[in-house]
Write a protein of this length. Structure first.
Length: 374
């Protein structure tokens, strides 16, 4: 469609999306096409190109309609129940972990560890939006895990983490002698980028987790991995969330890309949800970004792992360009380190790529195959 418009040199197509309203949440979930006259045109015209009128009709038939009243945008309900705000997103739709551990988990036979996980998970389940995040009195074993991981990463992160991570990390002042509280981290993020942390009891269902991102909310666990295995966790724990994810949530470009990924998930079918969670995996968890002639880590699974950082920096793995329009490889974290990493040129480029994917994925089939969308 953009090609049609550019040929006519009289129209610009813009895809607008809402930001937080005065109430602190979104009122609209889908990109809405808006047509604007190109003010630099030498040949103004009141008529749209014929091809554009055809595409416009299809868009009207298949996209969400909206109307603006006062300061709010009201959106008609799509066929799938789509959250309108973070209040519609569950933090209790847990797929696994939390207090229920698999037999191969390091803490499976540790009854006291499992009981403590259950207690922390119950606090997360009971949390309501707007309430302070519960403060956890972490014990010495948990503190030792935190200290061990920080010390392992101390020399590697400055060499292999992306510049945005290194610039944002000092905002949180992580020290080996104290495990940060999510409430304190949440306040820093609110000031930096307007993002929020919401506690979760375990591994959240991808639909709910991605939907949270659309509303600038990151769901985070509060429990710590088992002390017998400080350098490895089979699931997200607080160490992974804080060291791997939190600093980049304070970077505006990265946060914008992450929000775009969340927005792409709203109202789509289950097949697309699982496709998007793979895109998330290969970017937000294990992505790298180009800096000059080098690649630097921005994925939390790399940044929070001593072994993964070393493995990535050796350059023995494959480095590929991410294409969200094709099927992604199977996600794996139990078979050792990643054998491929996907490279972004910039976070802004990643955002634009995901915006493009979201737009095309939600268009009707007639438009998806049109060469005018290329």
């Amino acid at each position: 469609m953009k090609q049609i418009l550019s040929k006519e040199e009289r129209w610009n197509l813009n895809w607008s999306r809402t930001r937080a309203s005065a109430e602190g949440y979104f009122q609209i979930q889908r990109p809405i096409p808006t047509l604007r006259r190109n003010i630099t045109s030498k040949k103004p015209s009141s008529k749209c190109p014929r091809q554009l009128r055809t595409h416009s009709r299809l868009l009207k038939e298949h996209t969400t309609t909206c109307c603006v009243t006062s300061s709010k945008v009201n959106v008609s309900q799509p066929q799938r129940s789509t959250p309108r705000s973070i209040y519609d997103v569950s933090n209790n739709n847990i797929l696994g972990f939390g207090a229920n551990l698999s037999q191969d988990h390091p803490g499976f036979n540790d009854l006291s560890y499992k009981a403590r996980r259950a207690w922390i998970s119950e606090l997360a389940s009971a949390h309501k939006i707007g309430m302070p995040i519960p403060r956890i009195a972490y014990n010495q074993e948990e503190l030792q895990v935190w200290k061990t991981v920080l010390q392992e990463l101390r020399d590697l992160l400055p060499q292999h983490a992306c510049k945005q991570y290194l610039q944002a990390a000092p905002l949180f002042n992580f020290t080996p002698n104290q495990i940060p509280q999510l409430q304190d981290v949440n306040e820093v993020l609110n000031r930096a980028t307007g993002w929020s942390i919401r506690p979760a009891a375990g591994l959240l269902h991808p639909r709910d987790f991605l939907a949270g991102l659309a509303f600038k909310t990151f769901h985070s666990t509060q429990y710590i991995r088992h002390p017998s295995s400080p350098s490895y966790t089979p699931e997200p724990d607080l160490v992974h969330e804080l060291i791997g994810h939190v600093p980049l949530l304070a970077d505006a470009a990265f946060a914008d890309m992450l929000q775009t990924l969340g927005e792409a998930s709203l109202g789509v079918d289950d097949k697309q949800i699982w496709h998007l969670i793979k895109v998330y995996w290969y970017t937000v968890e294990f992505g790298v970004v180009r800096e000059g002639s080098c690649v630097k880590a921005f994925g939390a699974g790399i940044l929070s792992s001593f072994g993964e950082l070393q493995h990535m920096s050796k350059g023995t793995a494959q480095f590929e360009t991410l294409d969200p329009f094709i099927a992604q490889p199977k996600m794996s974290y139990k078979d050792g380190f990643q054998n491929r990493y996907f490279v972004l040129e910039t976070f802004e480029a990643g955002r634009d790529m995901l915006q493009d994917y979201a737009m095309k994925a939600k268009l009707p089939q007639e438009l998806q195959g049109s060469s005018t969308l290329a």
